[in-house]
Design a binder for this molecule. Structure first.
Ligand code: SF4
Ligand code: SF4
Length: 379
């Protein structure tokens, strides 16, 4: 059957829709995953555009919808979008810093059918949380955690882990338990976007990582079923890359605030690829026919060492963005792989991370002005 002729909402690719509603965010995290040049273009899709995207993605087969940003609470129409996603039958997830999640809006989102909230914290102490986000948000996040519990959502907490907070992993877990979290994701920063700018300040040493994993395992044993703790290692400490996004154009579709459709949320950086916009093309056509979604599907695009590698099915050559950022070629093997000719870039960063102390250069915090400066735009 021609996939373009079907309009039945059977589950099928793209199973996951990530709706990046806005790049506006009151926080300024030094590891932010938004593009460094996010402020180059501040246009945002209208409510009607997003409603159409939700319907088209569902008709194409999407079953999970994540609302993220920036801070998605900055959109006043969030409740409308969640209600439509719920009506269409998606499992809905909100990824938030908590800023803007008042008691009234929490109740409205519950009434709209929101299934799941993931609340991010930067650290277990006010000082470090507020330093890393460059805002005073620690108490507010605690209040939001209580609101999430009050509304009966599972409490899912996410903390990005790096050199500056990894030594407090035990306190972070204690905080998650005290706030009644059922799930805690200790996600080591991956080095893209703002985190790549700050990599030397953020990449932990091997000793820090091993200690954090050991402490996490001790807590897991002690706490049993009370809380499920995930610990995600930075891929710089691996010798094989991850199967990025579970394969290019396989499962995930991201729509950025201005309507650009991407196979992953950082792919817009890749040179020589025109990504379609949902204002100009339907989602089925984007998924099945656009060059942006086809270029790195499967393995026909691979060069050696991936092309002749027995492991190519396992990881599909890793991440195209990391290949571009570190090897300068989006069709190269991900330099995390120790068979990559550019693996020395990763090894050198890891070697620097073994030096004691914190590198002297100041952290670069994410904000629109810095973004324009990094993009070379006049302010
Ligand atoms: S990582 Fe921090 S700055 Fe970036 S969108 Fe999330 S809360 Fe905002
Ligand atoms: S050479 Fe390529 S396919 Fe083989 S393990 Fe490395 S990244 Fe994966």
């Amino acid at each position: 059957m021609n996939p373009l002729s079907s309009s039945v909402a059977q589950p099928g690719p793209p199973l996951w829709l990530l709706a990046e509603l806005t790049y506006r965010c009151p926080l300024h995290c030094a590891f932010c995953y938004n593009p460094v040049d996010f402020a180059r273009d501040d246009t945002e899709l209208s409510t009607d555009d997003w409603l159409r995207v939700l319907r088209e993605a569902r008709a194409a087969g999407s079953v999970q919808c994540g609302f993220s940003g920036g801070e998605p609470m900055m959109r006043e129409d969030l409740e409308v979008l969640v209600a439509e996603a719920h009506r269409l039958g998606y499992y809905t997830n909100l990824l938030t810093s908590g800023v803007g999640l008042s008691a009234e809006r929490a109740a409205a989102l519950k009434a709209a059918g929101l299934d799941h909230i993931q609340l991010s914290f930067q650290d277990s102490t006010r000082e470090l949380n507020d330093f890393l986000s460059h805002t005073r948000t620690f108490e507010l996040k605690q209040q939001v955690a209580a609101r999430i519990k009050e509304q009966g959502w599972p409490m899912v907490m996410n903390v990005v882990v790096h050199r500056l907070n990894i030594d407090y992993i035990g306190q972070i877990i204690d905080m998650a338990v005290a706030l009644g979290a059922e799930y805690l994701e200790l996600a080591n920063s991956q080095y893209y976007s703002w985190a790549l700018l700050n990599r030397d300040q953020l990449l932990p040493s091997r000793e820090q990582l091993q200690r954090a994993e050991r402490i996490t395992n001790e807590y897991r044993e002690r706490l049993g079923d009370r809380i499920k703790i995930f610990f995600v290692v930075p891929d710089y400490y691996e010798t094989r890359p991850k199967k990025c996004m579970n394969g290019w154009g396989n499962v995930f579709l991201t729509v950025t605030p201005d309507g650009t459709a991407l196979p992953c949320h950082t792919a817009k950086m890749l040179p020589g690829l025109a990504f379609p916009n949902v204002r100009e093309m339907g989602l089925r056509e984007i998924w099945y026919e656009s060059e942006g979604f086809s270029r790195y599907r499967g393995d026909a695009w691979m060069k050696d060492p991936c092309r002749s590698c027995p492991d190519k099915e396992k990881d599909l050559g890793g991440c195209r963005c990391q290949a571009y950022m570190l090897a300068g070629d989006p069709a190269a093997a991900d330099p995390v792989c120790d068979k990559s000719p550019a693996h020395d870039k990763v090894s050198a960063a890891v070697a620097r991370a073994q030096q004691p102390g914190t590198p002297g250069a100041p952290l670069i915090f994410r904000d629109p002005r810095e973004s324009r400066r990094q993009a070379g735009c006049a302010d």
